[in-house]
Design a protein around this ligand. Structure first.
Ligand SMILES: [Cu+2]
Length: 279
């Protein structure tokens, strides 16, 4: 099929318009704290750590794009200027100290620049600030149990709810936390290794039997946030979602009161995982 230049231009414009529409449409339909159709980037940030992870990722994308374009430019220059036809008598140069020092030093400097940012981010993730609330998440085959040691020591199980939306992410009992508070999450496994991950908070940490791992997040907006077990843990690995409901302080206090009653009557709720771990 032959196309005139005008036709090509229009077709290209059409593709670009469709692309922009897809991107903006994707952004519009994207809800905070859960995956969206046609998502090609990181989930929207729901915590300061995730904001920094996103900024780091976007910065690296710029660096890698500039490097790729630079190398592409060099390759094209070589192909055009130094092919056998346009350059029949090649130069016999083998060494150039300045160029060699530059192409060693520049990448080192770029990597050091990246590593400084990277270490800062790692420390931010690992250095847990003074926590306002501690919750304990225990990975089990194939659901999560949550304990609230600061709020009356109740514990409950959180299982996938088939009838709830979003599909495969909704659970019967959600984790509830207050907004704008530092939440320390202690994570362990009761049987095999699981992994506690909530993308919008930028957290992912292994739940290992016999070991207590810690991470933290500070949710900046009220709403629902979803994650999944992120360590292959058995046949129902895909069906043990994590659902976190972020609420205001008053709503959290009210929820604690109802939860204390609701989960106190549950005989399986009195720190069953702690008992199992101690045996
Ligand atoms: Cu698991």
């Amino acid at each position: 099929m032959k196309m005139s230049k005008g036709q090509m231009g229009r077709r290209l414009l059409g593709v670009m318009v469709a692309g922009v529409a897809l991107v903006t449409g994707g952004v519009a339909s994207a809800e905070l704290g859960q995956p969206a159709p046609w998502e090609y980037k990181l989930q929207g940030a729901g915590s300061p750590v995730m904001e920094d992870i996103t900024a780091f990722h976007d910065g690296l994308l710029i660096v890698i794009t500039l490097i790729t374009l630079f190398v592409l430019g060099l390759l094209i220059t070589v192909m055009v200027k130094f092919n056998a036809r346009s350059n029949p008598v090649p130069s016999r140069t083998t060494h150039n100290t300045l160029v060699e020092v530059a192409w060693t030093l520049l990448p080192v400097l770029i990597l050091v620049g990246i590593s400084i940012k990277s270490f800062k981010l790692l420390f931010e993730e690992l250095d847990i600030p003074k926590a306002d609330l501690t919750i304990k998440a225990t990975g089990k085959q194939w659901y999560w149990s949550y304990a609230y040691p600061d709020n009356g020591k109740f514990e409950f199980d959180s299982l996938l709810a088939q009838d709830k939306q979003p599909r495969l992410l909704g659970v019967d009992n959600e984790v509830v936390v207050p907004v704008d508070k530092v939440i320390r999450v202690q994570v362990t496994g009761a049987d095999v290794i699981h992994s506690f991950a909530v993308p919008a908070f930028g957290i992912k940490i292994d739940a290992i039997p016999g070991r207590l791992n810690e991470t933290w997040f500070k949710a900046t907006k009220v709403g629902m946030y979803y994650g999944q077990c992120s360590e292959l843990c058995g046949k129902n690995h895909a069906f043990m979602p994590i659902a976190v409901r972020v609420v205001s302080d008053q709503d959290f206090a009210a929820w604690v009161e109802t939860a204390k009653k609701k989960f106190a009557s549950n005989p399986a709720s009195s720190f069953a995982s702690v008992g199992a771990a101690a045996q």
